[in-house]
Design a protein around this ligand. Sequence first.
Ligand SMILES: NC(=O)c1ccc[n+]([C@@H]2O[C@H](COP(=O)([O-])OP(=O)(O)OC[C@H]3O[C@@H](n4cnc5c(N)ncnc54)[C@H](O)[C@@H]3O)[C@@H](O)[C@H]2O)c1
Length: 370
Amino acid sequence: MSVFNVELKRVVDDSYEIEVGHGLEKKLISDIREGLAGNITKFAVVTDSNVKELYADRIAAMLAEQGYKCDVISFPAGETSKTRQTKEYIEDTMLEMGYRRDCCIIAVGGGVVTDIAGFVAGTYGRGVPFINYATTLLAAADASVGGKTAVDTPLATNLIGIFNQPEKVYIDISAWRTLPQRQLSSGLAETIKHACLASRELFDYLSENMERIFAFDDEVCGHIAAENCRIKYSVVMKDERESGLREVLNLGHTVGRAIETVSGYRLLHGEAVSIGLVAEVKLAAKLGYCTEEDVRLVSELLEKAKLPTAIPDYIDREALVKKLYTDKKVRDGKLRFVLQKGIGEVMGFEDGKFALPVSEETAREIIMSI
Ligand SMILES: NC(=O)c1ccc[n+]([C@@H]2O[C@H](COP(=O)([O-])OP(=O)(O)OC[C@H]3O[C@@H](n4cnc5c(N)ncnc54)[C@H](O)[C@@H]3O)[C@@H](O)[C@H]2O)c1
């Protein structure tokens, strides 16, 4: 018998820029001309059925004008498209269209598009570069930083995926103007989550400026886009592979993801997270890490953002308790929760962990109370 040692030490520079601004299509094209994707001349623009006509077709036309090969590949809008089947559809379409390893994918849309396109890019021809052009507040607030890409499965969301970093992210604030109000509110849920876990200042700023967000005030929208990136980056940079600190980004998501799945996606991701934030701040108060006043302030801010704060009647609460066990923080069959410490901080526990085991009985009590 012989043993051959395959030494493979990797030094990787996955750094990328996030540019926040208005109508960044021209900037994207000039960056590509200046080498953002190296010498690549073939671009597959991946988008959904709503964003196609609003933004993606225009970007593709601008690329074609510059002499690049470019096609738009679109799938039906919505979370229910974030599946392995859609990934396969995009891959097969790209193959039929003649795209090989010398191409770049441009994701134009919200978090569903950037998640799935980033996953396709990671496995297509064993990996091609990709660029994100984010058109929702939710994608700006959360999906654009961190390199997580995934598809959903019938069991739960985001179970199959990879870490894959884009070449660059564009956050087009002007695109928020065409977003339906429910979608804007959904993005605000992740913004409020960031405030709850890392910044009392952002929490107060949101409370004071909520109306200006709904009026698409440039200064306020620019500020919250930048604050979201700053907070998420500060967490992700310290824990890219989610071994400890990154768990804090799960605030509101243990209950939120379960509600999203049990609702059959009738609730948007952010709407489900909003209810999850209420459940988890209540849990933190029950365990003594927050006050009842903190619970009130969090609920009020979510309401100002036009988000739901109670579990809808059509949801089977027992099914919801069961669904909590599909959460990726579950260890040895025990539920674990990230918990706020007041507003603007999270609790740290033993061994550098940021999630605390909580009994099913306690979790059920909270679920039954909202
Ligand atoms: N990768 C990550 O780290 C991460 C983080 C948070 C959320 N996510 C994922 O993001 C997804 C949710 O993101 P989302 O809310 O952006 O979803 P989405 O992509 O489904 O967009 C929401 C809706 O808005 C439409 N839309 C997008 N941009 C528009 C615009 N400018 N004008 C009009 N309509 C527009 C879309 O067609 C869709 O109907 C979830 O799948 C979630 O799991 C990923």
